[in-house]
Ligand binder design. Sequence first.
Ligand SMILES: [Zn+2]
Length: 681
Amino acid sequence: MLVLRGSVVAVLCFLVSTAAAQDLLKSQPPLWAEKPDVAAFEKVENERLSAAQRTIDAIVAVKGPWTIENTLGPYDEASRQLNAAIYFARLMQAVHPNADYRDHATAMVTKASAANTALSLNRDVYHALASLDLSAADVATRYYVQRQLLEFRLAGVDKDDATRARLKQLNDQLTEEQSQFERNISDDQRSIDVANSSELEGLPQDYIDRHKPGADGKIHLSTNYPDFFPVESFAKSDDLRRRLYLAFSNRAYPKNSDVLRNMMQTRYKIATLLGYSSWADYNAADKMIRTGQNIADFIQQVDATSRPDAKREFAMLLDEKQKIHAGAKEIWDYEGSYYSELVRRSQYGFDSQSVRPYLPYAKVKQGILDTASKLFQVSFRQEQNAPAWDAMVETWDVIDHGKAIGRFYLDMHPRPGKFTHAEMSPVLDGIRGKQLPEAILICNFPAPTASDPGLMEYGDVQTFFHEFGHLMHWILGGQQQWAGVSGITMESDFVEAPSQMLEELIRSPQVLASFAHHYQTGEPIPADLVARMNRASAFGRAGWVSRQNCYTAISFDVYKAKPQDVDLDAVYHDDASRYSLSSTSPDTHPYDAFGHLAGYSSAYYTYLWDKVIAEDFFAQFDPHNPLAGDTPMRYRRLVLEPGGSESANDLVKNFLGREQNTTAFEHWMGAEFQESSASAK
Ligand SMILES: [Zn+2]
């Protein structure tokens, strides 16, 4: 029945809005069409904020009866304007090449977020929404209003004037602290000096070619991902790996320690003003997981589930290390990637370097577009000559059976001052027939040059799939009646499920062979190489889960108690020794560059929580060809297309026919021990 409902909705959209949607693409120019300088950027933003305020004033002016037309419609319009202002400001803060522009963007994030907070505490608007007669409204509209009322109450709308004023002030302060935390990470790019290229032994030749000595005769390696990760995986020199790891793990330290402590204080004050004993508890209240205690239980459950396999993996790492360092008893944090690589070579006959020539950036990008196109039955069309803040940025349209349903931007390579991690950021909410959803991928993959095709690591390709999963969720879920239920507006601890689901496609030999062609010979990746890679890449999953669980515990422990009782170094070292089997280097303070402590805060558990769901989802696809059969379209209709118009628990149950469980996750985690490793040689 739900399948039927999905298809009826889709057919209706098609009939009603074909012409309108084509016009939408024309009437909705790409983000950078006007090439806004700082003044123009601020003008656009201020106009959006004013438009939102006028709409809110109009709702307040209604003296009842409050209707969907005079209240919910304007409320959603105000949200659309505010969201657009916040998305744009956050984007410019993350990507604009000019530091002064980024400063103005940061100030605008503060201003726009303040307007959003003011709305969340606006009693008149709350009263109007709570008074709506919804008896004739559809299910999605009723669900929307119910969720909004919950969010209003969690914001403190029903508190007295003094408390609301205090909450407003604290939330504004928090926005500034979050921006500061993130900016300090982006701005603190560190580097180490390497005396000569012999120290780079073990690294791929194209990496060595990219890192020629500077005028001072030394080679400079930065903490940017394309510099950092290859060193940790391949450099033979323990000293080189250790030095770069130390630089990486001390980014934004100590500058961010005070900012983090301020964020913890501010959040604790907000939570306690609202009647919760901790930020972790408060922050869980509108999510799938519901309570802080459930987060604590989940961490223990993951630990119990992953530990046996993690121990087996750790023993194999130690064996490998002992071949070089006889009698070694521990694996340091800067050694795990390197020895994992050696285990994959010695035990699984797989050298991850051997796959890179098949993964030049341009081929991978096209391959991911083609794969998503087949899976979700959409197509992609690049907008030529669309201007952007950097020449490398691309603009693409998403077409569904001839009709434009969204637009996205790709900003995929590192630049000084740019956001250093990988993320999908919303640009515009999708509203059926009114506004196409837009989003951007901000990544840091090696850039192709005239002499170098930008060969990617397997892990980079997985990241690309992951972020593209978010993007498709935003676009396909962005065909709603209301901005407030569009895209990824559901409980936020569901949003990493579709992204991690899409990552799994990299395991499919058919999918990989369709685009992974040798950059020199054009030969498709050999099937036996993919088979060995799949067996080898299963090695290390349990260790990865342990490390993720360690970060999950840090995110929870930082926010679960009174901030004055939290010693950041003690939390980091205790959780690392409790959940991760490798040893922690002294003098490292990675929490200051753990950007998720600003956004996800106590909810970093989301990744593992959703990994469980993602594996359960992926187990429903045809293991021989995940693109085949009706599962991909069932998935699109039941999980992605509803956006936030249903609860995430319902999305899961609608697709699986039951609640999620850990069976598929456990199978995924221990796959290298279930399939005979002997046969891999
Ligand atoms: Zn993600």
